[in-house]
Design a protein. Structure first.
Length: 137
């Protein structure tokens, strides 16, 4: 990796960290075996996992993780806003570094807004207007 530009190497590290985080989340959310004689702490329509009781119904399962996903997206956006601010502060007046920092901040805010508006879109259109089956409050 001697001839790999720093920007590509940085992207490679971000992709590796993202994949590692995804594997950790998937391994934590996997259901595990409960002894047959032990009472289940979950209702009958939910399965016990390392992160708590999760619904067995796919629609409810996805909706329960949507709020967790919004929290993760908010955390990642905050990290990139901090990185962008740090890049601008340490740019020493370099226009390219200032533009890189501004783009970090801009795209972090844009991604956060898209995630929030996606949630609002599902809440308003799927639940309140269209009354799609499986989506409910």
């Amino acid at each position: 990796m001697k001839n790999v530009p720093a920007r590509i190497s940085g992207f490679r590290k971000i992709i590796q960290a993202t994949l590692l985080l995804g594997f950790v989340i998937l391994s934590v959310a996997s259901p595990y075996q409960v002894q047959a004689d032990a009472p289940s702490p979950c209702p009958p329509d939910q399965a016990i996992t390392e992160v708590g009781c999760l619904p067995k119904d796919p629609i409810q399962f996805v909706s329960s993780f949507y709020t967790i996903g919004l929290g993760l997206i908010g955390g990642v956006a905050l990290i990139f806003i901090i990185i962008g601010g740090y890049t601008i502060l340490t740019s020493r007046g370099s226009p390219t570094q200032i533009n890189i920092g501004r783009s970090y901040i801009f795209y972090a805010i844009l991604g956060l807004l898209l995630a929030i508006f996606g949630y609002i879109f599902i809440e308003v259109f799927a639940i309140d207007i269209l009354h799609l089956p499986g989506f409910s409050n």
